[in-house]
Ligand binder design. Structure first.
Ligand code: ADP
Ligand code: ZN
Length: 531
């Protein structure tokens, strides 16, 4: 095996030099490629811009047969294929934008063994004629891009991804590589399970984007705040401004244009021609601002995006990370700026309540939101917090390149409060074998004899009523921040609270838990205005 690995290795490196013209592999690329080239399954977690494409393109070139790439980004397939062809790679795609003849030609090339890479949309792959076609050719590797789309709890769920588990059943000898830039450890596990890749090796790159400066400011008059930010720090720079609604996208783009910032709107309500025109202007021009809903940006590879601004709160930390990650792919200093206020919280809660999905779905959405809120409210380094959310506990030292590092917010010592919460969770689990959500934990801390407290005899616990010094809202703040710091976790469809590995250090009094001071009415005092 050693010999084979060495051969595979040198072939991979030769391909990197010869085809792509790069000197060396980056980070995890080499290990991933070696594993897949030698036939292993892999789940790869790498941030945007980390270099995921080579992880499947090189195995596809080194192994005999065609590499089949499953991607939901139909709009980008043509560009991807063109870019590969320019490098001399024999690439093709099959999706709904093609006419019959074009598709026929790609099929013929595939069957003749004349394709190194074939891009397919998941909704096409699952069709029997496509599967039949694939069975008649030779496949080197299956790459499943944007693999987090398989997660029903994630923000990008695509039902067609669920069918991809059949790839392993039909082609047990073809290695599969699932790639994503957005996954918590839980989503990572879900990918493995739903795609049926229990033996896959996991590769995880650092999510740190040191050149991005993270800043979250209290929202007062968001459009004016944005304009000020752009004028002061990013005059003439290319950037993306995210808004939640089409209406605010239109209004913000107009407002910026009126005030001398070249800006165009982008949202799903615009016709395809306008959208394509705005996107290509953004890619080609140097200093254009695109004001967009989240419909914009997935897979966009513009290296010199200098800022990403959020005028509305993203629904999840994954979303925030992915959107802000579009800044600074060239490694140059960039800013992730967000204005956040009470209205954001109210609006998002309402969306969750009135939205589609069952109760379990709502709970998960609420948990995603809570994590996002915690990032907004954190007292610690925002970068550290982000990395901790993705299970990459950063050094305790501050990054020096985020707003909480440069202007630390007011804090209080929440160590004792944290110990009370964690002890309650521990008691329930150890003494009763039970897990509960935040509401019950807080009722116990406050010594409330609710029907549910009585039903479970929770007034008999030694921790019953030990937390009367704080109000319910303050306990919610404590719990939210513990979740944010990774000292507490949410589990399962009921959102029950459970300990994490890090909880022990608090219970053993080995560490302090600083918490951000909660304004009496959270954030309202600073958010009034038009937000
Ligand atoms: P991702 O899909 O993870 O967002 P890409 O695969 O698009 O990232 O790669 C991001 C950029 O980095 C691309 O421009 C790519 O050509 C470049 N890149 C990737 N790997 C290397 C490497 N080993 N050496 C130099 N540049 C690389
Ligand atoms: Zn920091």
């Amino acid at each position: 095996i050693g010999g084979m690995t060495a051969v595979a290795d040198s072939e991979a490196l030769a391909t990197l030099h010869r085809v792509f013209g790069y000197e060396a592999f980056r980070g995890e690329q080499e290990a991933v490629i070696e594993h897949v080239v030698t036939g292993g399954d892999a789940v790869v977690l790498m941030p945007t811009g980390g270099g995921k494409s080579l992880c499947y393109q090189i195995p596809a070139l080194v192994r005999p047969g065609t590499g089949v790439v499953v991607s939901p980004l139909i709009a980008l397939m043509q560009d991807q294929v063109d870019a590969l062809r320019a490098l001399g790679v024999r690439a093709g795609f099959m999706n709904s934008t093609q006419d019959f003849d074009e598709r026929r030609m790609v099929e013929a090339e595939f069957l003749a063994g004349e394709l190194d890479l074939l891009y397919l949309a998941p909704e096409r792959l699952r069709l029997e004629p496509t599967l039949d076609l694939l069975s008649r050719g030779k496949i080197s590797v299956f790459a499943i891009d944007e693999a987090h789309c398989v997660s029903q709890w994630g923000h990008d769920f695509r039902p067609d991804y669920l069918a991809l588990s059949l790839l392993g059943e039909r082609w047990p000898d073809v290695p599969r590589i699932a790639l994503t830039a957005t996954a918590t450890r839980a989503t990572h596990q879900e990918i493995t399970q739903r795609l049926g890749m229990p033996a896959a090796r996991h590769f995880e790159a650092s999510f740190d984007r040191p050149n991005i400066q993270y800043r979250i400011v209290p929202k007062a008059d968001p459009k004016k705040q944005l304009l000020h930010f752009l004028r002061e720090e990013h005059a003439g720079d290319a950037g993306i401004v995210y808004c939640l609604s089409r209406n605010s996208v239109e209004k913000t783009a107009e407002f910026l244009s009126r005030n001398g910032v070249e800006a165009v709107p982008y949202h799903a309500g615009l016709d395809a021609g306008t959208r394509a025109a705005h996107q290509s202007r953004f890619l080609r021009e140097e200093g254009l601002v695109v004001v967009a809903t989240i419909a914009f940006g997935m897979g966009i590879d513009k290296p010199d995006v200098r800022f990403v601004a959020h005028l509305d709160l993203p629904k999840s930390v994954e979303g925030y990370y992915q959107e802000t990650g579009r800044a600074g792919r060239d490694g140059q200093p960039s800013t992730a700026w967000m204005a956040y206020g009470l209205n954001d919280v109210v609006q998002q809660r309402k969306l969750i309540q009135s939205g589609e999905g069952d109760e379990a779905f709502r709970r998960r959405a609420a948990a995603h939101l809570d994590a996002m809120l915690a990032l907004c409210e954190t007292v610690r380094c925002r970068r550290g917090q982000l990395l901790a959310y993705f299970g990459q506990e950063a050094d305790a030292t501050a990054c020096g390149n985020c707003d909480t590092c440069t202007a630390p917010p007011e804090t209080w010592d929440g160590t004792v409060a944290a110990q009370k919460v964690l002890s309650t969770v521990v008691r329930l689990q150890r003494e009763r074998g039970q897990k509960f959500g935040a509401v019950q934990i807080i009722d116990i801390l406050l010594g409330k004899r609710t029907a549910k407290v009585i039903q479970f005899d929770h007034d008999q616990l030694s921790v019953f009523g030990i937390g009367e010094e704080l109000a319910e809202g303050e306990w919610r703040g404590v719990i939210r921040q513990l979740l944010a710091q990774g000292l507490l976790a949410v589990e399962g469809e009921y959102g029950t609270l459970v300990l994490t590995e890090a909880s022990g250090s608090v219970l053993r009094r080995e560490r302090e838990v600083p918490l951000r001071k909660e304004p009496k009415k959270p954030v309202t005092s600073r958010s009034g205005g038009s937000g």
